[in-house]
Design a protein around this ligand. Structure first.
Ligand SMILES: [Zn+2]
Length: 133
């Protein structure tokens, strides 16, 4: 594939870009994103649950040093969200009926709220901070 190196070290794919803005090329009658193609040639297929991302933000860049595997960061409910001590105390002070409301407010699942209330999680957070005077 034809590329031109720019001043930031990006290897800019030379060809008609896909409408998504990524470089596109045809190999054995199949269309590929240029950056994905370049990466898989060296590293093998991109895992299904991961994305091939650019450190430089340039969609036409096919420099392998500017490409890395990442996960969808905008996926909700993927990995536990951290609650602050204050939020944990608030959860423990409210009635179980408020779980859905609090879950929405703190952007966690109602299950997380329940675990916090029963003390299954965030055990290190004490009900009241020690007062110093
Ligand atoms: Zn780049």
């Amino acid at each position: 594939m034809k590329t031109i190196k720019n001043e930031s070290g990006c290897l800019i794919f030379q060809g008609k870009p896909h409408k998504s803005g990524y470089g596109q090329l045809k190999v054995f009658g199949q269309h590929h994103y240029a950056h994905r193609y370049a990466w898989t040639q060296k590293n093998g297929p991109v895992p299904a649950d991961q994305l091939l991302l650019h450190t430089c933000g340039n969609k036409l860049c096919v420099n392998l040093e500017h490409l890395y595997l990442g996960v969808h960061t905008d996926m909700k409910g993927c990995g536990p969200r951290k609650l602050s001590d204050e939020q944990v105390r608030t959860i423990r002070l409210t009635s179980p009926h408020d779980a859905p409301t609090l879950a929405k407010l703190f952007e966690v699942s109602p299950d997380t709220i329940r675990s916090v209330r029963t003390g299954r999680t965030y055990r290190s957070v004490v009900d009241f901070p020690q007062q110093k005077d």
